[in-house]
Design a protein around this ligand. Structure first.
Ligand code: CP
Length: 321
């Protein structure tokens, strides 16, 4: 493992995908370029390619998921991998088996890739470190969302979506709106937007949900949503992460919606051709009005579809193809 960038192996190749932070711009662009032909497979009768034939991909989701788990499974199957979805609730984790013991046992079943979601920030990195320390460098780890830390494939599919609709990044103003404090998605999005050269990244939200020192990530902070949305090209909404909040950070969901919910009236302050994104799951009537979520500027469902191709590109790259 390369300690300067633990995702890159000694041959300079991407071995794991743990975080967007520190990834070279060329690697991100290569993944976006590689995903493009995979999007075309969706229209084909035969959707399978033999690129991961003989490989075993283990989905280890210690936290709930609809989009990420399912699209990783579809992506791996389209690449002809064998996919094993470990049901955490019925696994021996429920009997007290440690994360690393679980990993060791699955590695003994000839795993080639672990796709890991965990409530603890750093869990995928811990697994990657453990695999390196025990001489199993051939197994790759993909972070499918860890605590508040990172959700790199979500950010990559978001970048793919922006590039699809806006063609390039160099003249965009992009707003990330809502609960940035608890959001692994926001952290990964901001790193990706910054690496890809977006000149203006805005962070919009209440002071209580803004991480301390977020300006150091190169964003302009707005506590007034109406001010922050003026003239933006892309609005990236975030879910209010009630499950990660300790204590009352907000007066009420109604109050939050009034100030930070994306309504048609607030969206009208952005550019007329602005796109609206949301990683899901959405809280309608809390961070987004249904009229916007289901409206003509929303690209929320295309994000999900692009996620399959982007995850195919990531897994294919990690497999060394
Ligand atoms: N965007 C996202 O991570 O959704 P899921 O929690 O459904 O995977």
């Amino acid at each position: 493992m390369n300690h300067a960038n633990p995702q890159i192996n000694k041959h300079g190749e991407l071995q794991h995908l743990i975080t967007i932070e520190g990834l070279p711009r060329e690697v991100i662009e290569h993944i976006l370029d590689a995903a493009r032909p995979f999007t075309e497979l969706a229209g084909e009768e035969e959707k399978k390619l033999p690129l991961l034939r003989g490989k075993s991909v283990f989905n280890l989701f210690f936290e709930n998921s609809t989009r990420t788990r399912t699209t990783f499974e579809i992506a791996a199957k389209r690449l002809s991998a064998d996919v094993i979805n470990l049901n955490i609730n019925t696994s021996s984790t429920a009997k007290g088996e440690t994360l690393l013991d679980t990993v060791d046992n699955l590695a003994a079943m000839q795993a080639d890739m672990f796709v890991v979601r965990h409530a603890a920030s750093g869990a995928p990195y811990l697994i990657a470190q453990h695999l390196a320390a025990t001489g199993r460098n051939h197994i790759s780890v993909v972070n499918a969302g860890d605590g508040r830390h990172a959700h790199p494939t979500q950010a990559l599919l978001d970048m793919y979506t922006i590039r699809h609709y806006k063609r390039s990044f160099h003249d965009l103003t992009v707003a990330v709106v809502g609960d940035l404090l608890h959001s692994r998605v926001a952290r990964s999005q901001i790193h990706a937007l910054s690496i890809l050269g977006v000149p203006e990244i805005r962070a919009i939200g209440p002071r209580t949900l803004m991480p301390a020192g977020v300006e150091r990530m190169g964003v302009r902070v707005f506590n007034d949503m109406r001010e922050g949305l003026k003239g933006v090209d892309v609005v990236m909404m975030l879910r209010l992460q009630n499950e990660r909040m300790q204590g009352a950070l907000l007066p009420s969901p109604q109050e939050y919606f009034k100030n930070y919910g994306l309504t048609p009236e607030k969206l009208a302050l952005a550019k007329p051709d602005a796109i609206v994104m949301h990683p899901g799951p959405m809280n309608r009537g809390v961070e987004i009005d249904s009229a916007v979520a289901d409206g003509g500027q929303a690209v929320i469902l295309p994000q999900v579809t692009f996620g399959i191709a982007v995850r195919m590109a990531v897994m294919n790259m990690l497999a060394g193809n």
